[in-house]
Design a protein around this ligand. Structure first.
Ligand SMILES: [Zn+2]
Length: 305
């Protein structure tokens, strides 16, 4: 008789607790984990896009950036461990290389992850000519930050977030009026923002903090002027000494002249990029198209189209 303590069948060898390397590289080829990696990269890129110019972005990087780089390196090592063919790097190995991938390659070309096919993700995370986070990047970052948003549009995620903040401030009826204000006033001087804070109905402080940010240096020219697009009313960026609207769907996207001047001395604020891109721009574009249906045919600056 075998010892009662000893089973007579052959047991499957128990899997040991994964070590940190296995934990980090384990589910790299799982579609959800790949999406998480892409989310980490998108959050890193959007944060870098708003990083204060006077502040260094050096090692040690903020956690999210370091995790993104580490995670990709480990996923790459695991996937390409026996691949010495050597036709170019198969995955980025540093933050600098990662940003180059974001600017030069479509996410479909990122062979070190497996993106869920049903989401049909395509495009680059950085816009090639402005080096600003792309619309896809903003969307991925937002979905990463707000979990359980499958099937929800980005517009709904943003609107729900504002509504939740109003609910928490015990003023649920104010959110609709605020959304209208946000669309009407995507750019504010600090004096206008101060008036916003004392306006009625009351706007909770956290709503203002979540929706408006100081205008970054890249929206000013060397004279301290900022410039808003005539069509969508949002600030344009300065690229290669030309103004360019950031909204890819704006009919005046490539127009470099005209625009409304704003001045740095007024300490400008504007709506955050996700609010501008997904909430404000669609409404303002429609509003201008309704008011000004012949706009694209008017004698405008067609350079670069
Ligand atoms: Zn525009």
């Amino acid at each position: 008789m075998p010892d009662a303590e000893e089973p007579w069948w052959e047991e499957e060898p128990a899997l040991g607790t994964p070590n940190p390397l296995e934990q980090l590289t384990g589910p790299a080829f799982n579609a959800n984990e790949s999406l998480r990696i892409l989310g980490l990269v998108a959050v890193t890129v959007t944060r870098l896009g708003e990083w204060p110019p006077g502040e260094e972005f050096t090692v040690p990087y903020p956690d999210v950036a370091q995790t993104a780089v580490d995670r990709i390196c480990l996923a790459g090592i695991r996937r390409f461990c026996n691949d010495h063919e050597g036709d170019g790097p198969k995955y980025p190995r540093s933050l600098q290389e990662l940003l180059a991938w974001c600017r030069e390659r479509d996410v479909q070309e990122w062979g070190f992850i497996d993106l869920p096919a049903d989401l049909e993700l395509a495009g680059r995370l950085l816009v090639e000519d402005t080096a600003a986070p792309s619309r896809l990047c903003e969307e991925l970052a937002l979905r990463y930050k707000h979990e359980d948003t499958v099937g929800k549009s980005i517009e709904s995620i943003l609107k729900d977030h504002i509504r939740e903040m109003y609910d928490q401030a015990d003023a649920p009826e104010g959110s609709v009026a605020f959304l209208k204000k946000l669309v009407d006033s995507p750019i504010l001087t600090s004096a206008q923002l101060a008036r916003f804070k004392v306006s009625r109905p009351h706007i909770p402080e956290e709503v203002i903090a979540a929706c408006y940010i100081p205008v970054h240096d890249r929206y000013y020219d060397r004279h301290g002027h900022a410039n808003a697009c005539d069509y969508c009313g949002l600030l344009r960026v300065m690229t290669r000494n030309k103004w360019r609207c950031e909204i890819a769907t704006c009919p005046d996207h490539r127009r470099s002249r005209g625009g409304t001047q704003w001045d740095r001395v007024d300490h400008l604020y504007h709506a955050t990029r996700p609010h501008r891109e997904f909430l404000i721009a669609p409404r303002r574009l429609k509003r201008t198209a309704d008011k000004w249906p012949m706009a694209p045919d008017a004698p405008r600056d067609l350079e670069g189209r």
